[in-house]
Design a protein around this ligand. Structure first.
Ligand code: 6CM
Length: 259
């Protein structure tokens, strides 16, 4: 059980202090750094094999067509720019279970299997069945942290949330044959930019710009027709990013800024 003292310790001593002793910690730490490096590479000057499939205002989404054993696992990379919120706020709403149902449109049910630390949770989610495919579930750890490695020199701060599939003894895949288990790796990287003439103390929401990179690779965990899957992704990913970012802007509007 996480107490208020633990939460305070995590704020004082920084990321991972409470999760560090956990069996998943080495993998969580390594995956976050790898995924951050991958997200920072962008899509390159000439697209580098990335195809732009959604281009709406500031939001751009790219994918690569990839298959393993006949299953579509197209990696996705997207960037967006949103005004009026911070990187931490964006990550807070993406990570925290209490808001997930407000913005996640494919969700049927969500359970927290393990509360490792205030910034590290294990989730089991069942997603809505999309005809004609079987229903899917996902079991994954989720970790949120501030990045302080000095790489993004122009940004005021950088926050990430990384999600990756894992196993849990009590919840094996295809339990009772109901769902196929998808395998996912997801990272949300957010950077806050503040109008140059402002300091943190006199910043208002009009001075904030949040740059977002969202990358995901989802293995559907069992055969699904490639054309159906690609059509679903093409529709659902832009819908998700617009809805989620709009939701965060809305939630933050009349609240104090959270850096
Ligand atoms: O990253 C997103 N959401 C996070 C919190 O829920 C988390 C979850 C990812 C699950 C991604 C599942 C996508 C596929 C769901 C439909 C499965 C149907 C398969 C049908 C086969 C034909 O990282 C946002 C995810 C937005 C996805 C559009």
């Amino acid at each position: 059980r996480i107490t208020d003292d633990d939460k305070l310790n995590s704020e004082t001593f920084g990321t991972g202090i409470l999760a560090r002793g956990h069996r998943l910690w080495p993998e969580i730490d390594k995956t976050c750094l790898e995924q951050l490096h991958y997200a920072r590479q962008g899509v390159g000057e000439d697209g580098n094999g990335w195809q732009l499939f959604a281009d709406e205002g500031e939001m751009k989404m790219y994918r690569r067509e990839e298959e393993v054993d006949g299953m579509v696992i197209d990696p996705l990379k997207s960037c967006h720019v949103v005004k009026g919120v911070t990187a931490r706020e964006m990550c807070h709403y993406f990570f925290s279970p209490e808001y997930r149902n407000d913005w996640e449109t494919t969700l049927e049910e969500m359970t927290i299997l393990e509360n490792i630390a205030p910034d590290t949770l294990v989730f089991l989610q069942t997603h809505k069945r999309i005809w004609p495919a079987s229903q899917r579930d996902a079991l994954f750890w989720s970790h949120m942290r501030r990045i302080d490695d000095g790489v993004d020199k122009d940004a005021n701060d950088v926050w990430i949330v990384c999600n990756r599939s894992t196993q849990h003894e009590e919840y094996p895949p295809a339990n009772q044959g109901k769902c196929l288990r998808i395998h996912l790796t997801v990272i949300l990287v957010c950077q806050t930019y503040i109008t140059e003439t402002k300091t943190i103390e006199n910043t208002t929401r009009d001075d904030l710009t949040c740059k977002i990179t969202y990358c995901s690779v989802v293995n559907p965990g069992g055969w699904a027709p490639a054309s159906v899957l690609r059509a679903i992704y093409k529709k659902e990913y832009p819908k998700f990013l617009k809805r989620f970012t709009g939701y965060v802007v809305d939630q933050c509007k009349n609240k104090p800024i959270m850096f």
